[in-house]
Design a protein around this ligand. Structure first.
Ligand code: CA
Ligand code: CA
Length: 219
C-alpha cells in the first residue's frame, strides 16, 4: 500500500512537472512556443551519464496540435546503422527539431517525449517537453470581454487564454470602444503590458467606467 501510494504520488508529481526531467541524469528540454507553419527546435546538454554508447528517439506524447517531422541529432554524436542517433556519455548536446503545420491552431499543444536508451535497448531516462502553438508576433486583435457593470471593466491578461494573447506581451494599448485612448478619458484607469487593463467604478468620480478594450503586443 505504501508502495502504491508512493507510485501514485510520483505519478501526480510527474504530471505536475510535465516538461521537466523525471530523473536527475536525463537531459532536460525546455517547453517551446512556436507559431503555425514554422519549424522549431529544442536542445539539452547531456551530463551525468557514464561513458558508454546511448541512442535517442523522440515519440509523440499526446496533444492535438499538428506537429510532425520530428528529427533528432547529437553533437558530438554519430549515426547508427538503423538510422538511430547516438552519442557517447556526457558532454554532448541533444537537438530535437519539429515542424508545426500550417493548420495548427493557436493555443493547442503537442508533447514530445525524448527517450535515451543504452546499447542493449534499455530505457535509461526520458524527458517530455511541450510545443504550444503561439500567436505570430505583433499586435493582437482588440479584446473586449467585460462591461462596466459590477465592480468595473476588466480586460486583464489573466482573463484571456493563449489562443488570444501570448503569456509575455511587451506592450499594451487601452482605449474605449469608441477609440478614445484611456489617458484622454479623464478616468482612473490602469493599462500595463503584463497586467492588461482595469477600470474600477469605485475610483471614478460620480460615474461608471466607460467600456474599454485592449490589445497586446507579442514579441
Ligand atoms: Ca464588469
Ligand atoms: Ca470592456
Amino acid at each position: 500500500m505504501k508502495l502504491l501510494r508512493t507510485a501514485v504520488a510520483m505519478l501526480a508529481f510527474a504530471t505536475l512537472v510535465t516538461g521537466t526531467s523525471a530523473r536527475a541524469a536525463c537531459p532536460t528540454f525546455a517547453d517551446q512556443q512556436t507559431q503555425a507553419n514554422t519549424a522549431g527546435s529544442a536542445s539539452a546538454p547531456v551530463s551525468g551519464l557514464a561513458f558508454a554508447q546511448y541512442f535517442i528517439r523522440v515519440i509523440d506524447g499526446g496533444g492535438t496540435a499538428a506537429v510532425f517531422n520530428f528529427a533528432i541529432s547529437a553533437v558530438p554524436g554519430f549515426s547508427y546503422s538503423n538510422g538511430q542517433r547516438g552519442f557517447t556519455g556526457s558532454g554532448s548536446t541533444l537537438y530535437v527539431s519539429y515542424l508545426v503545420g500550417p493548420t495548427a491552431v493557436v493555443g493547442q499543444y503537442r508533447d514530445l517525449v525524448v527517450e535515451i536508451h543504452n546499447s542493449a535497448g534499455q530505457l535509461i531516462c526520458s524527458d517530455t517537453f511541450r510545443v504550444t502553438v503561439r500567436l505570430p508576433p505583433g499586435w493582437t486583435q482588440w479584446l473586449n470581454r467585460d462591461l462596466p457593470g459590477g465592480d468595473g471593466d476588466f480586460e486583464t491578461l489573466a482573463d484571456f487564454g493563449p489562443n488570444l494573447v501570448c503569456p509575455n506581451p511587451v506592450a499594451v494599448e487601452c482605449q474605449t470602444t469608441g477609440g478614445i485612448p484611456w489617458y484622454s478619458t479623464g478616468q482612473q484607469y490602469s493599462c500595463i503590458p503584463n497586467q492588461g487593463g482595469v477600470c474600477l467604478n469605485s475610483q471614478q468620480s460620480g460615474s461608471f467606467c466607460q467600456d474599454y478594450q485592449v490589445r497586446f503586443y507579442c514579441p
